[in-house]
Design a protein around this ligand. Structure first.
Ligand code: ZN
Length: 338
């Protein structure tokens, strides 16, 4: 793999490329050609990596803007990116079930960094129990949520960590350390980039908290289309009333008529003014639920992907601002100016 990759880099590097004959067999990647070859698995993680790596790395993002990592199928070109990579940065927690096969198919010997390594994940079983209790509290009804647990085969932990800014901050530290480990010569640059970005992320977290403060605690209730907002709820003090898809993955089957009726009752009983759709999700089902419950269907939240550059969530920071603004204003609060 080394020789073809070096040849390709030499071509890409143009006038600045270092001739192969001058290389001394060191493991260090060559700087003049774009630096460390990094693959990040999806758009949100890619933005974190881009902010830390800057122009000291060449970055490919597998599941791009508006893509759905849960249901992704790789192309041969993307398997080629993995083959050429020095470093693969993944979310982990079962978010990329296709990645191991891609790595095997590519023959890659790249190092892998699990960006969630420093994060305490939400256990899915606990999250489901909490949802069942929230629903019972508002409806006064008890139901057995456990009979459906056999349907969930998407992993034990909730992978959507980035919806809590403090988790993104932990990921940035892990990414910085991973990049520095793979390319120690650039460690000071990665550290400087990370430090500057972490200041922005701390300001973002404070802004989200200020926005949420405008909502009384009993109005902080989220009903969304899939389970992407458990970390947001945990971090910013929301109760998850339920999710239409009732599952961690967007691949889940639609709920039964009886289940939909129960969700509608729970929404009515909660008094929430709005429920939340996510981009790339089942609009018809959520429109039906909102209409039958007599509530507003809020503008789409950005769960698992950035938008294209001209969209409202083209960066992680914009994604969090957009989501917090949609959630807070749809539930009757106001957000501070940026
Ligand atoms: Zn998801």
């Amino acid at each position: 793999m080394t020789i073809p990759m070096a040849t390709r880099r030499q071509l890409i590097g143009g006038a600045f490329a270092v001739p192969i004959a001058l290389r001394t067999g060191k493991m260090q990647p060559v700087r003049a050609d774009g630096g460390l070859q990094v693959v990040a698995t999806f758009s949100i993680l890619g933005d974190l990596v881009r902010n830390v790596g800057g122009d000291a790395i060449t970055l490919q993002v597998i599941v791009g803007p508006d893509g759905d990592a849960h249901t992704f199928e790789p192309s041969p070109e993307q398997i080629g990116w993995i083959a050429d990579a020095d470093l693969i940065i993944e979310n982990g927690l079962g978010f990329e079930p296709w990645l191991d096969d891609m790595v095997s198919a590519s023959g890659s010997s790249a190092s892998r960094v699990v960006a969630t390594a420093a994060i305490t994940p939400i256990n899915r079983a606990d999250e489901e129990d909490a949802e069942a209790h929230a629903e019972e509290t508002v409806t006064g009804e008890e139901h057995d949520n456990h009979e459906e647990e056999g349907d969930h085969d998407h992993g034990e932990f909730d992978p959507h960590v980035w919806q809590d800014v403090q988790n993104a901050i932990l990921q940035v530290g892990t990414i910085r350390d991973g990049l520095s480990g793979a390319d120690p010569a650039q460690a000071a640059r990665f550290a400087g980039n990370a430090e500057a970005y972490l200041i922005e992320l701390q300001a973002l977290d404070a802004w989200v908290r200020d926005a949420v403060e405008s909502l009384p605690v009993d109005q902080r209730i989220l009903f969304t289309s899939h389970d992407a907002f458990g970390y947001f709820a945990q971090a910013y003090g929301f109760t998850i009333l339920g999710t239409a898809l009732g599952a961690i993955s967007t691949e889940a089957a639609d709920p039964s008529a009886g289940e939909i009726a129960r969700l509608i009752d729970a929404i009515k009983a909660s008094g929430v003014p709005a429920i939340f759709l996510e981009t790339n999700e089942n609009d018809d089902l959520m429109e039906q639920i909102a209409s039958d419950a007599g509530v507003t269907l809020a503008p789409p939240l950005h769960g698992d992907a950035l938008t294209e550059a001209d969209g409202v969530a083209a960066t992680y920071i914009d994604l969090m601002r957009s989501n917090a603004t949609t959630i807070v204003t749809s539930l009757g609060g106001t957000v501070p100016s940026a």
